[in-house]
Write a new protein. Structure first.
Length: 167
């Protein structure tokens, strides 16, 4: 369950939130299960934040910094995630359907039964990510980089631009 003080601070705005994060780099925010539907969270610093089960649908998360965060079971449907940094994130059972993650960073992320149906993932980076039973149906993966990714059981119907390169 989300920490009420963390939720209150975030709802004051991204500027106040990020200032708090700069002052307390060791904080481990808990926003699990919180409903932030449709909020503008551009540039938010959610490094090492528990967002499990959170509703982030329709949020503007452009260039959000979310490394090492837990988004297991989160709803991120229809969110804008341009250049969002999700390196080393837990994205197990996360729902990204219809999201726009242009140039998203998913390096070393854990994706299991993650849904991306109908998402824009152009130029996204999945280097060394673990992808198991991920649904990329009807996605645009043009220019996406899956180098060294561990891939098993992807659903790819209607997907464009998917290329695996080995080297």
């Amino acid at each position: 369950m989300a920490d009420k003080e963390h939720v209150k601070l975030l709802k004051q705005g991204v500027k106040d939130w990020n200032e708090w994060r700069r002052r307390d780099m060791n904080a481990r925010p808990d926003l699990s299960g919180v409903n932030l539907k449709g909020m503008d969270l551009t540039y938010v610093n959610w490094m090492v934040t528990d967002l499990s089960g959170a509703n982030l649908s329709g949020c503007n998360l452009k260039q959000a910094y979310m490394t090492h965060s837990n988004l297991q079971g989160a709803n991120v449907q229809g969110a804008v995630l341009h250049r969002t940094d999700m390196r080393n994130c837990n994205l197990v059972n996360t729902d990204f359907r219809g999201s726009d993650a242009f140039e998203g960073l998913f390096v070393r992320a854990m994706l299991h039964q993650t849904l991306f149906n109908g998402s824009n993932l152009r130029e996204s980076i999945f280097i060394s990510a673990f992808l198991n039973e991920v649904d990329f149906s009807d996605c645009d993966l043009t220019g996406a980089d899956f180098s060294s990714a561990k891939i098993n059981g992807l659903t790819m119907e209607g997907t464009v631009g998917f290329k695996l390169t080995y080297g």
